[in-house]
Design a protein around this ligand. Structure first.
Ligand SMILES: [Zn+2]
Length: 440
């Protein structure tokens, strides 16, 4: 017996769950938990958008003095200040939160800003001393950024941020005259933007994507999700977006869009590629921190303000988190999503999902422990089974011993049951001579 001690280092979750574990709402004008009330946000095309990434540029950068190229204003603000855990704890202690439940009013007073409750993590004695308490999940950020970017440059109906509302918003702001609604005829028309692919180029791009072949196990069959005639993608999973963003997008759009648009997209692609690498160097992350600000500022000059959803903004904080907590692959949702997927597959009785999962998990653990036990046992007077890992069991030999017919090639993948039957047979039966063709 021993006393098990555990410590919560940080939380990993998607953006909506971020609000629950951190206590800071991720909706409204102050959605960013890192920038808090200091974030630059505004109402554009019927929703809150987050611009102002020039604040991360050096004070004397030439882009700070430009106005028409950006949102019509020059930028004189410094980057938002960083809050320490102690400061946040003190702030939360000063606020008075109403109890949970429908009987109490959940309307927040303005003094609370986006704080909805005090997270229970602050009861841990070390929690306020941590530099990084909640991770921005790079998997979801990359997926959302990809959806927004590709939806806009392919002008996919329902996904593009370059809508009529966005164009009217540009007119209201008095910027980018070239993107205003075309009112030459009696009806106003939304012309193709310079950052969108025209129908022929779009078809060419989708044909390229549907023709790509990846090595086995590298990615799923992305061609399955491409609808060339419909001009859209359907059902792309997070990992497909991950591969698409880093491998296909920079190659596919290279000669189809203007150079000014292609360059920041390629830089963004390289940003995610380097950020999600298994090994990170400090100098590389510092470079990524500068790169992502350049990318976002260039996007602000290209795309309408409606393009800048909160997921676009949080990219600016990703290198900072990598500097504090190291490589992203230990802090993102892929392994968790994979495990949850496996657990979900074990549900047989849909009215009792938890019971099914527990039963399957107990069986899995029992088999694992039995496997470890049987592998290490060496019965006397018989030759021990060869020390092969489960995936490289000689199935033909095992089946020959067991007297079962040989399976067709497509069924030859070693399963856990094969592993057990092989070891049981190998330790209990003296091997007969190999069968000849006339026997079978
Ligand atoms: Zn922020």
């Amino acid at each position: 017996m021993f006393t098990l001690r555990a410590a919560v280092m940080w939380t990993v979750n998607d953006f909506p769950a971020y609000a629950m574990v951190s206590g800071w709402s991720t909706k409204g004008y102050m959605a960013c938990l890192v920038c808090k009330e200091d974030v630059t946000s505004g109402w554009h095309a019927g929703k809150v958008c987050y611009l102002g990434h020039r604040r991360w540029l050096p004070w004397d950068h030439e882009w700070r003095g430009k106005d028409k190229e950006f949102d019509g204003n020059t930028e004189r603000h410094l980057r938002p200040r960083e809050w320490s855990g102690d400061e946040i704890g003190e702030q939360l202690n000063r606020l008075d939160f109403s109890p949970f439940g429908k009987t109490f009013s959940q309307t927040r007073p303005s003094t609370h800003m986006n704080w909805t409750h005090k997270p229970m993590f602050f009861e841990l004695p070390y929690w306020s001393k941590l530099k990084l308490r909640h991770n921005l999940d790079v998997m979801h950020v990359e997926k959302n950024v990809f959806d927004t970017l590709v939806g806009t440059i392919l002008d996919i109906n329902g996904k593009t941020k370059d809508t009529i509302k966005a164009r009217l918003d540009l007119e209201r702001m008095g910027i980018r005259r070239g993107l205003w609604m075309n009112r030459d005829s009696d009806k106003a028309r939304r012309d193709f933007a310079f950052f969108s692919l025209n129908p022929n180029d779009k078809k060419e791009f989708l044909k390229f994507v549907s023709s790509v072949k990846f090595p086995d196990g590298y990615a799923s069959n992305i061609a399955r999700y491409v609808n060339v005639d419909g001009g859209k993608f359907t059902g792309l999973k997070s990992h497909d977006c991950h591969v698409f963003m880093q491998r296909l997008l920079p190659v596919g759009i290279r000669y189809l869009l203007p150079e000014d648009v292609v360059k920041p997209i390629m830089l963004l692609s390289r940003f995610f590629s380097q950020l999600t690498a298994k090994t990170l160097r400090k100098t590389d992350i510092l470079q990524l921190r500068r790169d992502i600000v350049q990318v976002l500022c260039k996007f602000e000059m290209i795309f309408p303000p409606a393009f800048f959803i909160s997921m676009m903004h949080v990219m600016v904080h990703l290198p900072e988190e990598a500097l504090l907590a190291g490589p992203v692959n230990y802090r993102w949702m892929y392994p968790i999503e994979r495990l949850l997927g496996e657990l979900k597959k074990s549900v047989r009785n849909r009215s009792k999902p938890e019971g099914s999962i527990i039963e399957a998990w107990v069986q899995y653990e029992s088999l694992t422990f039995c496997g470890i036990f049987l592998k290490s046992s060496k019965p006397p007077s018989l030759s021990p089974p060869p020390p092969l890992p489960p995936t490289s069991v000689d199935l033909d030999r095992a089946r020959h011993i067991a007297g079962t017919p040989e399976l067709p090639r497509r069924h030859r993948r070693a399963s856990r049951r094969d592993f057990f039957s092989f070891h049981r047979i190998g330790s209990a039966v003296i091997l007969p001579p190999p069968a000849t063709n006339s026997d079978t």
